[in-house]
Design a protein around this ligand. Structure first.
Ligand SMILES: *Cc1c(COP(=O)(O)O)cnc(C)c1O
Length: 426
């Protein structure tokens, strides 16, 4: 298809994330991707390929078109790409579940596989509410979270996304009323810890669970906080009979410097959501893990089953690639790679603080963030990055990058230059 034809059809018929219909901005057409490079169908700002600074929204941690993941996909394709999971099972899903239990915090023992992060959060909420219902406490059906979070775009996750920011304000009054405390401060403050404790205590009778993104709040604002707050939440939840859910869909698989962000606090949740990097960015798959206590509670209820079962649950192709991606990650010194990227981002973004309009620069693990003091001009900022030969997707007041772990130092330096250029242009 010719590029202009493709773009005309795209504009006329195809929704893009958070986009209007018809589209108002022209997306770049990607013909293929390999390593950390996206190859464009037509050159943009003089570049026919771009260095990927986004890992396709946290997911492509090994880069694109990886021979090991390709081989896993081909091998599984030759056997079957899908069979239903009701009444049937297969090695890829079983191996993946066992592997996830092995690498996540100890008490997590049971795995519900689904197709996307939002669904994994839906399942987590259903698990928690059903747990209390089964125990004869149906009044415990609200969720507590802190502001500034992001948990997905379906209804239940939306209800715990930041209530002010982003798209979800549109739905206030329609969404289920959850309980919010202020955004967590970056550093540990005893007064905030006390607020968490007091809120859990005061609302324990109506709370099914506390749900948070541990250590890094992603799409809600790219904010970082002291892991100590997670210990406070764990203690408060234990003391008052409330379940604790960690949404590690963005932070999982090494992004923050530990395999899971929960590891930085040394606490484990009752329920954990994984997604994004689970398949190394190849296919859509997510997982909700829970403890035996949660599973047993559900099993003791009047309806002793978890009534959820996506058509593509446990998809063998995605599961086989996920297994290969996890093996690949753990076979490399991923912690050293993330440390190296953290160092490169610190060095490369150090100067960004003096760019006019920049309010804050922060780096954690393989995540680099430049926050402006104003809403960004997305088109101008994106164009500035593309001019540097780099793909970035700034939003709100943020220019940020979470590159694939395999990004080499020279490419990382170019990504940092692009972040600075985008911040200056936006
Ligand atoms: C992306 C994300 C989700 C939603 O995942 P999708 O696969 O886009 O549905 C949920 N929680 C967090 C923390 C995320 O970053």
């Amino acid at each position: 298809m010719r590029n202009d034809e493709l773009l005309a059809l795209d504009r006329a018929h195809v929704w893009h994330p958070y986009g209007p219909m018809p589209g108002r901005t022209e997306p770049l057409v990607v013909a293929s991707a390999s390593g950390v490079r996206l190859r464009l169908a037509e050159p943009a700002e003089g570049h026919d390929e771009l260095i990927d600074g986004m890992s396709s929204w946290w997911s492509a941690v090994h880069g694109y078109n990886h021979p090991v993941l390709n081989e896993a996909a081909r091998g599984q394709l030759g056997r079957m790409s899908h069979v239903m999971f009701g009444g049937l099972t297969h090695e890829p899903a079983v191996r993946l579940a066992a592997r996830l239990v092995e690498i996540t915090p100890e008490p997590l023992r049971h795995v519900f596989l689904s197709d996307s992060g939002s669904v994994a959060v839906e399942v987590a909420a259903k698990m928690c509410l059903q747990y209390w219902r089964s125990l004869g406490r149906p009044g415990k059906r609200r969720l507590l979270t802190w502001r500034g979070g992001y948990h997905g775009d379906t209804w239940q996750p939306m209800s715990v996304c930041d209530p002010e920011g982003g798209m979800h304000r549109l739905w206030s009054g329609v969404l289920q009323q959850q309980l919010f405390v202020d955004e967590p401060p970056a550093a540990y403050e005893e007064s905030y810890a006390e607020l968490l404790r007091a809120t859990v205590a005061r609302h324990a009778d109506e709370l099914a669970a506390v749900i948070v993104e541990p250590v890094v709040q992603g799409a809600g604002g790219m904010r970082f906080h002291d892991p100590g707050y997670l210990r406070v939440l764990r203690e408060a939840c234990d003391a008052h009979g409330v379940l604790l859910v960690f949404d590690e869909i963005a932070t999982g698989f090494g992004r923050t410097g530990t395999l899971f962000a929960a590891d930085q606090a040394g606490v484990s949740p009752d329920v954990m959501c994984l997604g994004k990097a689970l398949t190394g960015g190849y296919l859509s798959m997510a997982a909700t893990l829970c403890t035996s206590a949660v599973a047993d509670g559900i099993s003791r209820g009047e309806v002793p089953v978890l009534a959820h079962g996506p058509t593509f649950m446990g998809n063998p192709l995605a599961a086989a690639i996920a297994c290969a991606s996890i093996d690949l990650l753990l076979s490399r010194d991923w912690a050293l790679e993330v440390k190296r990227i953290e160092g490169g981002l610190r060095e490369g973004l150090a100067g960004a603080g003096s760019i006019p309009g920049v309010r804050d620069v922060r780096v954690l693990g393989a995540i680099g963030v430049v926050q402006l003091d104003h809403e960004i001009d997305m088109a101008a900022a994106t164009r500035a990055a593309v001019r540097e030969g780099v793909w970035l997707r700034p939003f709100r007041d943020l220019v940020y990058t979470m590159p694939p772990y395999v990004t080499e130092d020279a490419d990382l330096a170019r990504i940092c230059a692009a972040v600075r250029a985008a911040a200056a242009a936006g």
